[in-house]
Design a protein around this ligand. Structure first.
Ligand code: CP
Length: 310
């Protein structure tokens, strides 16, 4: 099979083509089945993993995954570096590119990761920005694919869909040919440009996106039900957000409207009792800890694939 050249960077979900997304997911499933059979970074190649916000899953899964690929990770809290004292991301990109084979970064605005990528001579991977969480969606799709074919499967996403997880769910699931139902209040729905991009993708993949303010309409018959925290890192208006999003809580009563064999996803960390109840998190439909595990396999596949032939 002839492979297409990987993109230089993975800043958002559709930096991969539809075929490349499927290729990475296929490799992720193989790596999960045989974790040490792919020493793609042997040498070792080093990867910088930079955090400007807290993390548990992303930090550990990249660090461990790079080790399992035979590489060396340098995990950095930006505040402990000169980034924390105002060195530009552009200069940081130029310097790190002299040391490492790839840069993984969790940061704030997408302008920041775009500046980093524009100045890096090695691949840059988005480990969460305000706009996108594409590595999470690779793990989410891997988790869904363990239970259902991606194409034609419906996913309801509840709550705050105007931010990174909502945007990435709309775009990555459209690329996979899924039917996305967003259940969110008007002010928490994906931006028109995200929905327009999804419509372009869906014209080719056969997927679809429906946006509704009615959580029951979003969940009715859904094969997958997903949600995320209502108050993300750094948000000041938490009481207002919780009040406005309360009726989108993923609880047993709402989940009862989904398909009988529906699976539940949450990218974690969860605020139990806010966007999701204990009953659902710990219930028989929940796959949230498989989903967390799959961060490891999906990111290993992504890195091995991005660095192939480089
Ligand atoms: N889902 C996710 O990105 O988790 P962390 O914030 O713990 O990395």
């Amino acid at each position: 099979m002839k492979h297409t050249a990987p993109p230089k960077h993975f800043l958002k979900d559709d930096d991969l083509t539809v075929a490349q997304q499927a290729e990475v997911l296929d490799l992720a499933a193989k790596m999960k089945a045989d974790p040490y059979a792919y020493p793609a970074l042997a040498g070792p190649k080093s990867v910088a993993v930079v955090f400007e916000k807290p993390s548990t899953r992303t930090r550990l899964s990249f660090d461990i995954g790079i080790a399992e690929l035979g590489g060396h990770s340098v995990v950095i809290d930006a505040q402990s570096t000169q980034l924390g004292r105002g060195e530009t991301v552009g200069d940081t990109a130029r310097v790190l590119s002299r040391y490492v084979s790839a840069i993984v970064i969790r940061t704030f605005g997408d302008d920041r990761i775009e500046e980093l990528a524009a100045n890096a001579s090695v691949p840059v991977v988005n480990a969460l920005t305000d706009g996108w969480h594409p590595c999470q969606l690779l793990a989410d799709l891997q988790t869904v694919a363990e239970h259902k074919p991606l194409k034609g499967t419906s996913i309801a996403y509840l709550g705050d869909a105007a931010f990174n997880m909502g945007n990435s769910t709309v775009i990555a699931c459209s690329m996979a040919g899924m039917h996305v139902r967003i259940g969110a209040p008007e002010d928490y729905q994906p931006a028109p440009e995200v929905l327009a991009r999804a419509a372009e993708i869906n014209a080719a993949t056969g997927g679809s996106v429906v946006v509704t303010e009615d959580p029951v309409e979003a969940v009715a018959g859904a094969d997958v039900v997903s949600t995320d925290a209502w108050v993300s890192m750094g948000m000041a208006d938490s009481e207002k957000r919780i009040e406005e999003l309360t009726r989108y809580q993923l609880n047993g009563e709402l989940l009862a409207h989904a398909a009988d064999d529906a699976i539940v996803l949450h990218c974690l960390p969860a605020h139990r009792g806010e966007e999701i109840t204990d009953e659902v998190m710990d219930g028989p439909h929940s796959r949230v800890f498989d989903q967390a595990e799959n961060r490891l396999h999906a990111q290993k596949a992504l890195l091995a694939w991005l660095l192939r032939e480089r």
